[in-house]
Design a binder for this molecule. Structure first.
Ligand code: NA7
Length: 538
């Protein structure tokens, strides 16, 4: 007879060992609060552990994306590129884990399948897929916003006899695609990074595009030792700048309207930002480009002109220019010679508005026009956005309330941290929180939660919960801050849409679209007032 494993008790259980979970463990250790992290992968890194597809790299400057909490760490780690590739970032996160002796606090290959709140014992019963059970007083979700990869709903995907994968599940041993016939489905930020890298060595590359995305050049460069020293000397200044911008990037919006300047000045401004490294064109633009349709149309026309300049065949260029949304109203992919890929003789762009995919066959992909044969099919079709990370776990609160059902019409949260009816569940970077340049927001989010848990410990508080009033106010505030933004008129993960997920076909407010500066000020006030706006019980 097999023995039943004993249930384990832990004060704080953290789900996920990505950037949030790693730092959460560090902070809890600092507070002398006992904690365990459960991580689905066999290594640390979260997004940077799973997304090892070709070309995966930062779109934020490496030196704005790293942790800022430790001077030693900033002194010891040298970034090799301005926009680090996945392997460098994965090494960095492992370096952090080892430097602070966090590894033994993380239990790998432990995917959490359910978390049920037990009212009578005031604890969460957390179960992993392998059947381990943990009883924890506090549950911290550090599960990211884009962690649940989604395949397209195309019949026959598993029938394909060649190699196939989703970018977010890229195998550690890699896929040999050099010289092979490769297909990529999807042209979001991930698809674009994959396509431009795979095109370098694939025999043929066929891109299946449903909707094109506006993109702008990444401008990556290597960082030599001398430049790294000058970056290091500026770290304080860099992180302070990130604290002043709405999206926590180093790029700041221009306070002028598009219409305050002459067409020539406007063109020169956009030209400068188009070619500067990083998100300058997206995040450093005129103040009205994402609220005024006419302003946005001018910007979009400028970027369309760039596409026409860079892509030789005007018919292909037209297919690469979005017509259903303006520049910056979806997440802008940054690229390196992406558009030029379509000038290569071995690359074909299949516009799915002209021929739709009917099914995947044993040999390849059959559209309404023809069957194409492939050796490798790569699905760059995105994730079940934001609430999808939560929906992948059966989370049940007071009175048997399922989080997935409560959030079906859209998430409800207090400050993105707490949900009424789910006591002692704290969400690092939960829905309705400010995202932007993720690690900048992650550090804030983790510190806020750690401070709250420290306060609870010091004041004998055993139950922390959102209030109905506070939750309604915050959820309404998230809506108010979103009013008038063009981003709301477009289907994308930012508006909670994924056409391949049931219940995610219509837009909902899943993130806080206001400024991260205001978000932090609001959350700071709650902490300063000793969390009186929350429901705290001894
Ligand atoms: P995204 O941005 O959600 O992009 C997914 C892409 O896959 C997008 O081009 C979709 O087309 C396409 N897609 C989805 N389903 C299909 C089907 N059935 N057929 C054809 N094409 C399809 O995900 P990413 O992984 O690129 O990026 C997510 C974030 O991760 C990114 O913003 C970064 O922050 C990191 P659509 O546009 O919906 O027509």
């Amino acid at each position: 007879m097999g023995s039943i494993a004993a249930e384990q008790n832990v004060e704080v259980l953290v789900i996920g060992a990505g950037i949030s979970g790693i730092y959460m463990l560090y902070k809890l250790r600092e507070l002398n609060i006992s904690a365990r992290v459960l991580e689905a992968g066999s290594g640390a890194g979260g997004t940077w552990y799973w997304n090892r597809y070709p070309g995966a790299r930062f779109d934020s400057e490496s030196w704005t994306y790293c942790y800022s909490f430790s001077k030693d760490l900033l002194n010891e780690w040298d970034w090799k590129e301005h926009f680090a590739p996945q392997a460098e970032t994965e090494s960095y996160l492992n370096f952090v884990v080892d430097k602070f002796n966090l590894r033994e606090g993380i239990q790998f290959q432990s995917r959490v399948s359910s978390a049920h709140y037990d009212y009578s014992h005031n604890q969460w019963k957390v179960t992993t897929e392998s059947g381990e059970v943990f009883n924890t007083h506090f549950l911290v979700t550090a599960i990211g916003s884009l962690t649940n990869p989604v395949l397209p709903r195309i019949p026959g995907i598993t029938k394909f006899k060649g190699t196939w994968t989703h970018t977010g599940l890229w195998p550690k041993e890699g896929i040999d695609y050099a010289g092979k016939r490769v297909a990529v489905v999807g042209t979001g930020a991930t698809g674009i990074q994959t396509i431009q890298e795979v095109a370098k060595s694939a025999g043929t590359l066929t891109v299946f595009q449903r909707r094109p995305n506006w993109c702008s050049p990444l401008g990556n460069r290597k960082i030599d030792a001398k430049e790294m020293e000058s970056i290091r000397a500026r770290y304080d200044e860099i992180f302070s700048i990130c604290k002043t911008t709405p999206g926590c990037f180093v790029h700041q919006f221009d306070s002028r309207s598009v219409f305050d300047v002459s067409p020539e000045e406007r063109e020169a401004f956009w030209e400068k930002h188009y070619y500067e490294p990083g998100f300058g064109l997206w995040m450093g633009n005129f103040r009205d480009v994402y609220t005024d349709k006419k302003a946005n149309a001018l910007l979009s026309e400028y970027v369309a002109k760039k596409v026409r300049e860079r892509v030789k065949d005007p018919k292909v260029a037209d297919k690469l220019i979005p017509t259903d949304h303006g520049f910056g109203t979806r997440r802008v992919p940054l690229e390196t010679q992406y558009l030029e890929v379509y000038n290569q003789g071995n690359v074909e762009l299949v516009d799915l508005n002209e021929e739709s995919i009917e099914r995947v066959t044993e040999k390849g992909i059959k559209t309404s026009k023809q069957e194409r044969e492939f050796d490798v099919i790569i699905y760059a079709t995105g994730f079940d956005p934001v609430t999808g990370s939560f929906n992948a776990i059966d989370i049940v609160g007071v009175d048997g309330q399922r989080l997935k059902e409560l959030w079906a019409p859209g998430p409800k949260t207090q400050l993105g941290f707490l949900v009424s009816g789910f006591p002692n569940m704290l969400m690092a970077m939960g829905p309705h929180s400010a995202l932007g340049n993720f690690p900048r927001s992650i550090e804030y989010s983790v510190e806020w939660i750690a401070n709250l848990l420290g306060y609870a410990r010091d004041n004998g508080i055993s139950v922390i919960e959102a209030t109905e009033k506070g939750q309604k106010e915050w959820t309404d505030h998230v809506r108010t801050c979103s009013e008038g933004l063009l981003v709301n008129d477009v289907d994308s993960w930012i508006t909670g849409v994924n056409s391949n997920v049931d219940g995610k076909k219509t837009r909902t407010l899943v993130i806080f679209n206001g400024s991260a500066v205001d978000y932090r000020a609001r959350c700071d006030k709650v902490a300063r007032d000793q969390y009186k706006e929350l429901s705290l019980k001894i």
